[in-house]
Structures are given as structure tokens and as C-alpha cells.
Design a protein around this ligand. Structure first.
Ligand code: AMP
Length: 185
């Protein structure tokens, strides 16, 4: 099973990724986590990526494409994988498509977790309050949501046009949402 998961900040993407990974016994590849471990290891990629990440910018597409290509060709990915946080740009989506064709891999689905924006903002404000985070103000949160939809909507369209996009309502109990995902797969 080869999947992508996308969703706005606060929708519970990480939680669902863990559930799906366990259900299908596949590898969960979070490009954010991979880049953070490269930084920790002070590798060439890590040193280069850190500058972009610290500035809140996207790491160049070529770097991401080579990371993903290397990861999905590893033996532990033979059963399948779930990409999280990738692709973030159309160039990445197109590049990933070419990599998949070359490797003779087929993407099964792109899961898009959706939620009402006001609901998500309320949830994140509460989380920020509970954990004492002063930067989780409604304005900042709403801004992050807007950026997500602006940047991601072309990618959603890319997968929709291929018939691979699965919109799943991301509001509700964890198990309920997992069941919705499994149902559309
Ligand atoms: P995340 O943990 O997914 O929020 O990612 C943290 C940071 O890593 C992002 O702000 C980017 O700087 C970088 N990053 C992660 N995934 C990608 C990607 N697919 N393309 C470019 N940059 C990425």
C-alpha cells in the first residue's frame, strides 16, 4: 500500500498516520522528521536544510525528491509506505510521479483530511492554552491554515485529476476518522 496523507495544521494528521501505518504495517515517512534527523546528524543535507527550515521556508524541491527517492527504495519500504508532509509543491508532486514510474511503483491514494476552519482554530487555541503556548493566537493559527490551503490546493487538484484524491472528514473521534479513511481505501 503506497499512500500520501495531507491535511491542515491541527487536523490530526500525525495521529491518523500512526493508525494507518500500524493497520497496513507500512513505513511512515514524515519529511519534516527526516530533515530534523539530518540536522541532528549534521549531514550535508541537514546543514543545507537548516537554513531554510529556520527561516520557515520550504527546503528546495531537489533535496526533497532525492530524500524521498532514497527512502522509498529501501528494503523496509517493500511492503508500502505513507508519505506525510510531502509533496508540498507541484514540482515535488510531478517529480515524485516520475520517480514512481521509474521504480515501477503505483500510488494507491492521496488522503486529504478536511475540517471546518473555525473548528480547527478553536481546537488549536484550546491546545495552545492547555500547553501554555502564547504564539497559538487565533490570528496566527488562521494564517497557518490559509497558507496550507493556498499552497496545497494545487496539489490536491493534481491528485484529484488522477482520480487518486480521497477527501476524508477529519473531525470526530480518532477511531471514527481512521475507519473513514480505511473505508475510502
Ligand atoms: P513539518 O514537520 O512537516 O512541518 O516540516 C518542517 C519543515 O521542514 C518545513 O517548514 C520545511 O522547512 C521542511 N519541509 C518538510 N517537508 C518538506 C517538503 N516536502 N518540502 C519542502 N520543505 C519541507
Amino acid at each position: 500500500m503506497k499512500l500520501l496523507i495531507m491535511g491542515p495544521p491541527g487536523v490530526g494528521k500525525g495521529t491518523q498516520a500512526k493508525q494507518i501505518k500500524a493497520y497496513f504495517d507500512i513505513v511512515h515517512l514524515s519529511t519534516g522528521d527526516i530533515l530534523r534527523s539530518e540536522i541532528e546528524a549534521q549531514s550535508k543535507i541537514g546543514i543545507e536544510s537548516k537554513i531554510y527550515m529556520n527561516a520557515g521556508k520550504l527546503v528546495p524541491d531537489d533535496v526533497l525528491l532525492s530524500i524521498v527517492k532514497e527512502c522509498i527504495t529501501k528494503p523496509n519500504c517493500a511492503k508500502g509506505y505513507l508519505l506525510d508532509g510531502f509533496p508540498r509543491t507541484i514540482h515535488q508532486a510531478e517529480g515524485f510521479d516520475k520517480i514512481m514510474v521509474n521504480l515501477d511503483h503505483t500510488l494507491d491514494a492521496a488522503i486529504s483530511l478536511t475540517a471546518n476552519q473555525d473548528e480547527l482554530v478553536n481546537r488549536l487555541v484550546k491546545r495552545g492554552y492547555d500547553y501554555g503556548r502564547s504564539d497559538d493566537t487565533p490570528e496566527i493559527i488562521r494564517n497557518r491554515q490559509n497558507i496550507y490551503w493556498e499552497q496545497t490546493s494545487p496539489i490536491l487538484d493534481f491528485y484529484r485529476s488522477k482520480g487518486l484524491l480521497k477527501d476524508v472528514d477529519g473531525l470526530g473521534e480518532i477511531e471514527e476518522i481512521t475507519n473513514r479513511i480505511l473505508k475510502v481505501l
